[in-house]
Ligand binder design. Structure first.
Ligand SMILES: [Zn+2]
Length: 413
């Protein structure tokens, strides 16, 4: 069926267009601008001046179908899972289910025995299927084998851990030696996959860049901006997914107050869509690194952005348990947009970080933009988030592959 959305302010993933009409059919965008087709059966939706955006992409989550359903309620149409037990069959199920966000995944990250995230996983064993054992690698050969096994299982990219544990309140975690790290990056590239480094310190960021990583999951949070390191990240071409929502909950209310997820838990636009465990989770900061300075982290992200580094919006939201608290699927991506603006991005730049930029960096060439031929993954919000970023939460409609989400979830295709 043909659907036309008229009288919309259209942010196409890069900028606001002069056109105000969008036509979609069979899950894809047919045209932007021009006349409304003279088709008697076309469904016409008057946006009344509301803002139409590409569906949002959260570039760092740990997820499952119920969580993907929640994400879609907030206009997040794609989640990029950054580590955990998933399968190709689940991936196919999600691809065909228009009542939840779509999924890309990393499989298990490359880490040594008892390395990160083992210290977290032992606390949430009940969320993993019985018998799932986190694989590990201690040598270059084992790293190559782990990457190859992930690729066989159909992963989209490779996650590699560089985590000593202090910011998780678990100092002294085992880490990959540099030869094993280099072998993992090389193996990812040999298989045509992005190599994405988990880092939280300046030292780890330096090691990741020297190893040739394509992207950094998180940002360094133990120091103010280091000009030489900022330049090195920019020169490498790597993207950065700062996950400011995660860092705010790790730091609790240290430094600048009011940055944790409890800010969201006061917003009726958020609480009306969340079950009680998620509201509790938003109100429970992790507090694993309260000695950190959130203003320094905002300055690092601002400096990376000024240096031309691609910044991607991602949250690291996972499960509603207290030691992973401060975040909720879907809702927290809007929080991340607000924190990126606090770091110095304009609202339009923040919106790019959740649409066109992750689509470009993760080769998701069918989404992330409003343009003919792209998937009709769309979000309609009241107000104008290209000037007032918090308007992104004033959600009126969500479409996934052209299927309009209803309060009861999406109808069957
Ligand atoms: Zn993560």
């Amino acid at each position: 069926m043909l659907t036309a959305i008229v009288n919309a302010r259209i942010f196409d993933g890069e900028q606001v267009l002069s056109e105000q009409t969008l036509v979609l059919e069979d899950g894809f965008i047919v045209s932007v601008g021009g006349a409304v087709p003279a088709n008697a059966s076309a469904s016409i939706i008057d946006a009344g001046g509301a803002t139409l955006l590409p569906g949002l992409i959260d570039a760092h989550t740990h997820t499952a179908p119920p969580l993907l359903r929640q994400a879609l309620l907030f206009g997040v149409t794609t989640e990029l899972e950054m580590g955990g037990p998933k399968s190709a069959s689940l991936r196919r199920l999600v691809a065909e289910s228009d009542d939840m966000a779509d999924l890309r995944w990393a499989g298990f990250g490359v880490t040594p025995p008892l390395g990160h995230p083992h210290e977290l996983l032992v606390l949430i064993e009940d969320v993993f299927p019985p018998g799932v054992v986190e694989p590990s690698a201690s040598t270059p050969d084992e790293a190559r084998a782990l990457v190859a096994d992930n690729v066989r299982q159909g992963v989209d990219y490779i996650k590699i851990m560089i985590e000593e544990g202090t910011v998780m309140n678990h100092p002294g975690l085992p880490m990959l030696d540099n030869d094993t790290l280099l072998a993992a990056v090389q193996a990812a590239h040999d298989h045509g996959k992005l190599a994405i480094a988990h880092i939280h310190t300046a030292q780890a960021a330096r090691q990741a860049i020297d190893a040739g990583m394509d992207g950094l999951a998180h940002v360094y949070i133990d120091q103010p901006p280091v000009a030489e390191l900022i330049c090195a990240v920019a020169a490498s071409g790597a993207f950065v997914v700062p996950t400011l929502t995660l860092i705010a909950t790790m730091m609790g209310n240290a430094g600048r107050t009011g940055n944790t997820g409890s800010r969201l838990a006061e917003d009726e636009r958020v609480t009306s869509k969340l079950a009680a465990p998620w509201i509790d989770s938003l109100n429970t900061p992790m507090n694993t690194y309260t000695q950190g300075h959130f203003d320094d982290v905002l300055a690092v992200v601002g400096a990376l952005h000024q240096a031309g580094v691609d910044i991607l919006a991602g949250t690291d939201v996972s499960y509603p348990v207290s030691h992973l608290g401060g975040m909720a699927h879907g809702a927290s991506l809007h929080h991340e947009l607000q924190l990126l603006v606090a770091a110095g991005l304009t609202p339009t730049e923040a919106l790019r970080s959740a649409t066109s930029t992750p689509a470009r960096r993760f080769n998701l060439n069918d989404r992330g933009r409003i343009a003919p031929g792209r998937r009709a993954d769309l979000l309609l919000v009241d107000g104008d988030p290209t000037t007032t970023i918090s308007d992104s939460l004033s959600i009126r409609e969500v479409w996934r592959r052209g299927v309009r989400l209803t309060p009861q979830g999406a109808p069957p295709r």
